[in-house]
Design a protein around this ligand. Structure first.
Ligand SMILES: [Zn+2]
Length: 256
């Protein structure tokens, strides 16, 4: 009599084992994220330093350009004032032009000095940038092999999930849709256990509540869709010791 529900119980249980493996492999894929982050962290930090120094150099160059333009403009003013000196007619006029010329020249000197200082700073920051860039390259090539290894392992795990999923779909297609729907509904509700075999003494294999005698008989003899009244999982007929071995499970799935 258990021939009727023997296959369905082992099928559902095997489906559950497949889903568990898919879940575990997915978890394994996710576990690579923190590992990769950790491996890449030093190079990422150095890249941030490089970014900060690059910005500093850009800002200094902008400032240098601004000062250079201002200095050029003052230089032109100095020339104009010098031309005017040749045209003055009174001593007072000459004194006024000289005074202005003095002011503009001092300002010009100051700006030219600032440009020199800036060029100094720029070359210091450019040196630092070069050092930081080579440090970053070094860190990147040092972590490269380990990173590639982790990425390759993750790719393998992804391929494994895909083939497990394909096998699962094929396997599920051969299961009575009523059972499959009930199972999927329970499994998708986030339960780790959606189906369990009844124990030899008639208890739910998941929560160990004793199943009423009449239902026990139905589980053992007919193969109806019976769910544990206490925890809601699908209860199948007890799995015989030989059947719980994976090879016999496969034999049980094979079409009669
Ligand atoms: Zn239960």
């Amino acid at each position: 009599m258990t021939l009727d529900n023997g296959p369905i119980s082992s099928r559902l249980l095997e489906l559950q084992t497949m889903d568990k493996r898919i879940r575990e492999t997915r978890d394994r894929i996710e576990s690579y994220d923190p590992l990769l982050e950790e491996v890449e962290a030093p190079a990422v930090r150095l890249a941030e330093d490089v970014g900060v120094t690059e910005k500093r150099v850009r800002d200094l160059r902008l400032e240098e350009r601004r000062l250079r333009l201002a200095a050029e403009e003052k230089q032109a003013r100095v020339h104009r004032l010098e031309d005017r000196l040749n045209l003055v007619r009174t001593v007072r006029e000459e004194a006024a032009v000289q005074a202005e010329l003095g002011l503009v020249r001092r300002a010009l000197d100051q700006e030219e000095q600032e440009v020199v200082n800036l060029l100094d700073q720029i070359s210091r920051f450019e040196e630092r940038l070069e050092d930081q860039q080579s440090e970053m390259e070094e860190a990147r090539s040092a972590v490269g092999p380990r990173r590639d290894e982790l990425l390759a392992e993750r790719e393998l795990a992804r391929a494994e999930v895909n083939s497990l999923k394909a096998r699962r779909e094929e396997f599920a297609a051969a299961i009575d849709p009523r059972y499959l729907r009930a199972y999927d509904h329970l499994a998708q509700g986030g339960r780790r256990v959606a189906v369990t075999a009844m124990t030899e003494d008639g208890a739910c294999g998941a929560c160990f509540s004793v199943i009423p005698l009449q239902l026990q008989n139905e589980v053992r003899t007919r193969a109806p869709l019976i769910r544990c009244e206490a925890c809601g999982v699908i209860v199948t007929s007890p799995v015989a010791p030989a059947e719980s071995e994976s090879p016999s499970l496969r034999r049980a799935d094979a079409p009669a």
